[in-house]
Ligand binder design. Structure first.
Ligand SMILES: Nc1ncnc2c1ncn2[C@@H]1O[C@H](COP(=O)(O)OP(=O)(O)OP(=O)(O)O)[C@@H](O)[C@H]1O
Ligand SMILES: [Mg+2]
Length: 508
């Protein structure tokens, strides 16, 4: 009995593990059996493969064929094994030379007509393939750019099963993917801060958020520009580094959310899940868990509009990622953790009707309504938001004013300088003032004695928690970094305190 082997990979969380597809011809009645912990989608591959093989004129033999996916104890899900299974069968029947499969990894779904279709997780599969010394990867053309983001791999885009057979048989080789030369400056249609008129204070707060990695809450009446401001935060953050782009793309790919034909993501993600979103939609879900919104926002911005309308359990799910930058999802099959380090921008109205404090329209809410509305957001969550900013309704005179507001590019330059000051202190470009461990914070961002006195007085007066105290120190440090000052002085602390709404400590 001949056993033929083709290589593929299974996605487990964000990692891919090699899978060997073994095909053996039996003597029983014609039929195709798949063993080795396949899920329903993998079992259904039999019909696709049968049809695809018929399409290329190499139908299944009139004998039984057994497919084993090894290692057998690793659960296999999805449709990405189709191509490897088809090739293993053809090697077992002698239609392609078995040694032609050496060194190749196959990752693709087959359509009934034999077309090779893209699958999720290609970046992880390419990385795994390389680390196991299999340096050639056969994928759908739509997956080629993504696979090619992994250096040291030869990517062979294959439009059709027939083309793969011709390659392995040595009749007509697949042409390795060559990346198109990248444009000198990536053209993005990111919205620009230059479009936001007035709103000096919220603009300043956005800049501080970007400079120090601080979470921010925007409170204001309908139409005051909260969404507009939030949408412009990614554009003033530093550009994605290569390493960050790889991490974020891996997540998007495993979640099946990477745009078709895309290579590495180039701009920081901006995610704005609806307030009706369930906890699994945010954290990650499914029986074989896939990353959720919190992880799709990794290295980017998570925007929670209408914060008090979010479900309580969904807001609870934010706590761990806000503290540790990861989400853990537990299932009977085991637990997975996905990176989720994002900047949080939350927005809310000041009261249920939205017009409290708005000169244009009277507020119709009772004190009770307002208190109940604000209580929906828990104190511990508000405590983790460093910058609380009011976004007032814009006076008409500001909308028509001549002055041209600063563009995102101008603001980003200051943000980059402030970030450079932080990394020269910490020696780690990814550690912002907001993310620094408390001990490192004390060591690198000591307050000027007068600033410490000022803060101590404010703590008493505003009844701030110990965590709030530390958060104020972090924001003050970022303000000093924006100014280029090595000491954290009283004016920096005073400004930081202004972003710490006294309401935060009352709302527990
Ligand atoms: N500062 C501003 N400069 C220029 N245009 C603005 C400004 N503020 C608001 N606008 C205009 O008003 C529109 C509504 O703003 P936006 O949707 O951001 O308000 P919002 O505060 O998010 O409202 P809601 O509470 O209803 O969600 C924007 O699309 C923009 O056209
Ligand atoms: Mg809005």
């Amino acid at each position: 009995m001949t056993v033929a082997r083709a290589w593929s990979a299974a996605l487990v969380g964000l990692d891919a593990l090699p899978v060997v597809v073994e095909a053996a011809m039996g003597t029983g009645l014609p039929g195709l059996t798949v063993v080795g912990l396949p899920d329903a989608a993998v079992r259904e591959s039999r019909e696709r493969i049968r049809s695809a093989l018929r399409q290329i004129g190499l139908p299944l033999p009139g004998r039984s064929v057994v497919i084993n996916l090894a290692p057998a104890d690793l659960p296999k899900s999805g449709t990405g094994f189709d191509l490897a299974v088809a090739m293993a069968i053809l090697a077992a029947t002698g239609d392609v030379p078995a040694e032609g499969l050496d060194g190749l990894t196959f990752a693709g779904e087959l359509a009934l007509d034999g077309e090779v279709r893209p699958v999720p997780g290609i970046l992880s599969i390419a990385e795994s393939s390389r680390s196991h010394g299999r340096l050639r990867l056969v994928v759908a053309p739509e997956n080629a750019a993504e696979a090619a983001a992994v250096p040291g791999i030869e990517v062979l885009p294959a439009p059709h099963l027939g083309a793969v057979v011709a390659h392995v048989a040595g009749r007509e080789l697949l042409v390795p993917w060559v990346a198109a030369p990248s444009e000198p400056e990536a053209v993005t249609d990111e919205p620009d801060l230059g479009e936001v008129r007035g709103q000096a204070l919220p603009r300043r707060a956005l800049e501080i958020a970007a400079a120090g990695g601080h979470n921010i809450l925007l409170t204001g009446p309908p139409g005051s520009g909260k969404t507009m401001l939030a949408r412009r935060l990614p554009g003033i953050l530093p550009l994605l580094s290569q390493e960050e782009a790889l991490e974020t793309t891996r997540i998007w790919s495993a979640a099946g959310r990477l745009p078709i034909g895309s290579g590495l993501l180039k701009v920081r993600p901006f995610r704005s899940p609806h307030h009706g979103a369930s906890a699994p939609a945010l954290s990650g879900g499914g029986s074989d868990p896939r990353p959720g919104e919190l992880s799709l926002a990794h290295h980017g911005v998570l925007f929670l509009d209408e914060l008090p309308e979010f479900r309580r359990d969904a807001l609870e799910a934010l706590r761990e990622p806000l503290e540790e930058g990861v989400v853990r999802v537990t299932r009977v099959t085991g637990s997975r953790s996905f990176p989720a380090r994002f900047l949080l921008v939350a927005a809310m109205n000041p009261c249920p009707c939205g017009f409290r404090g708005d000169p244009r329209k009277a507020c119709s809410c009772s004190e009770n309504d307002v208190a109940r509305y604000r209580r929906k957001v828990s104190g511990p969550l508000l405590d983790r938001i460093d910058l609380h900013v009011e976004v007032p309704a814009l006076p008409a005179s500001d909308l028509t004013a001549d002055a041209t507001p600063e563009s995102s590019r101008q603001v980003r330059e200051r943000v980059l300088k402030a970030r450079a000051r932080q990394s020269s202190r910490t020696g780690d470009g990814r550690l912002t003032n907001a993310a620094l461990a408390p001990s490192r914070l004390r060591a690198t961002a000591a307050l000027h004695p007068e600033a410490a006195t000022l803060l101590a007085r404010a703590m008493d007066r505003l009844a701030l928690s110990a965590r709030a105290h530390q958060r104020v120190v972090r924001v003050a440090r970022t303000i000093a970094d924006l100014e280029g000052s090595t000491i954290t002085a009283p004016p920096h602390v005073a400004e930081a305190l202004r972003y710490r709404s006294p309401a935060a400590s009352q709302l527990t």
